[in-house]
Design a binder for this molecule. Structure first.
Ligand SMILES: Nc1ncnc2c1ncn2[C@@H]1O[C@H](COP(=O)(O)OP(=O)(O)OP(=O)(O)O)[C@@H](O)[C@H]1O
Ligand SMILES: O=C(O)C1=C[C@@H](O)[C@@H](O)[C@H](O)C1
Length: 325
């Protein structure tokens, strides 16, 4: 179905230079229905987070905009207009796939943040394999569920296996990996994840509590409780966990904040954001990351050139001194 879409894609990226990371910020405007269940009313701008962090800087702002009547050449490069969010994602994935150079994408975030759900959508679009760390741990331990592993062997046994799984994954390519919610707490895990690109799916705790309460806490030992109001209890446990780990998530190369996306889409509920919209957001960051790599290469060559020029000048001066003495 040909859908008339007026779309503005606006990206502003915040790079965490300390950690070679960036913060994406995007904007989508749809004047018409899109091909996904969740359709947006017009106009729907979104921007990515403008975080006032100590090390977050704002070196790049890209703007791409288009409409069906007037499609600038810059729009999604090919000029062919995507009729649906799926197509936008497909197009974006095609574009970034070559720049990723096979690097793996690690999704980090609290339990229930959608790492598995979004990761599957993203991996399909990229043609990458999808892996869920929890599932790999369960297989490695011989088929016990995460909850059973916690019960039978304790958390530190689980964490050791988690680290081993990440170590093995770090030697592979073209994967989208959904990490366990607690994988961020061990520095060694970051060493493995840094072989690829890490993206933090930052979801408000209330939304997480709602999602998790809906499916129950049996499979999530750290949130499991026998008594009390399920939502309130989950919310309390999530809050404690986030207090312990919030900082660790900021090690990721990028933060994709669902709250910010929803705000810009003028939607009050982050739960209305479909996995595809979130995956598009992640892919915006990934496309910027490839630009950033090029920029880094350019800076590296420039420094080498400068260094070589300084050496030549130095030896020239020495030669002149020798000649004159
Ligand atoms: N964008 C979304 N919109 C609505 N529901 C979602 C969305 N993303 C995830 N969910 C739902 O939230 C629940 C948790 O999602 P998911 O398993 O993908 O999270 P996770 O981050 O992988 O969790 P965990 O770390 O605990 O494995 C699932 O029931 C899933 O269907
Ligand atoms: O947040 C956590 O610590 C966890 C998250 C899950 O994905 C599992 O890895 C396990 O339940 C622990």
């Amino acid at each position: 179905m040909e859908v008339k879409v007026s779309q503005g894609l606006q990206l502003s990226t915040w790079m965490n230079l300390e950690k070679t990371a960036r913060k994406p910020n995007g904007s989508l405007r749809f004047s018409h229905k899109c091909g996904e269940q969740h359709c947006y009313k017009k106009p729907i701008p979104f921007h990515l987070p403008t975080r006032k962090g100590r090390s977050w800087q704002r070196p790049l702002v890209l703007k791409v905009s288009c409409s069906s009547e007037n499609v600038p050449a810059s729009v999604l490069e090919s000029g062919c207009f995507p009729a649906s969010l799926d197509k936008i994602l497909e197009k974006k994935a095609e574009e970034i796939e070559q720049h990723l150079n096979g690097r793996c994408i690690y999704l980090v975030g609290m339990m229930g943040s959608g790492k598995t759900t979004v990761g599957k959508v993203l991996s399909e679009a990229l043609g990458y394999s999808f892996h869920d760390c929890d599932t790999l741990i369960e297989q490695a331990v011989g088929g016990n569920t995460v909850a059973e592993i916690f019960k039978l062997h304790g958390e530190s046994f689980f964490r050791d296996n988690e680290t081993e799984v990440l170590r093995k994954l770090s030697m592979m390519h073209q994967l989208v990996v959904s990490t366990g919610g607690g994988a961020v707490v061990r520095p060694i895990n970051w060493r493995y994840m840094q072989k690829g690109i890490s993206v933090w799916l930052d979801v408000p705790l209330e939304a997480l509590a709602r999602r998790i309460t809906a499916v129950g806490t049996d499979s999530r030992p750290l949130l499991h409780h026998e008594s009390g109001d399920p939502y309130l209890k989950t919310m309390k446990l999530l809050t404690t966990l986030f207090e312990e780990r919030g900082e660790a998530y900021t090690n990721a190369n990028a933060r994709v904040s669902l709250e910010n996306i929803a705000n810009k889409l003028r939607d009050t509920d982050v739960c209305n954001l479909t996995p595809t919209v979130i995956a598009i957001e992640v892919s915006f960051f990934l496309s910027l990351s490839s630009l950033y790599s090029l920029l880094q290469l350019f800076v590296l060559f420039q420094s080498l050139f400068q260094y070589a020029a300084n050496l030549i000048i130095f030896f020239g001066r020495c030669l002149n001194k020798l000649r004159s003495s």
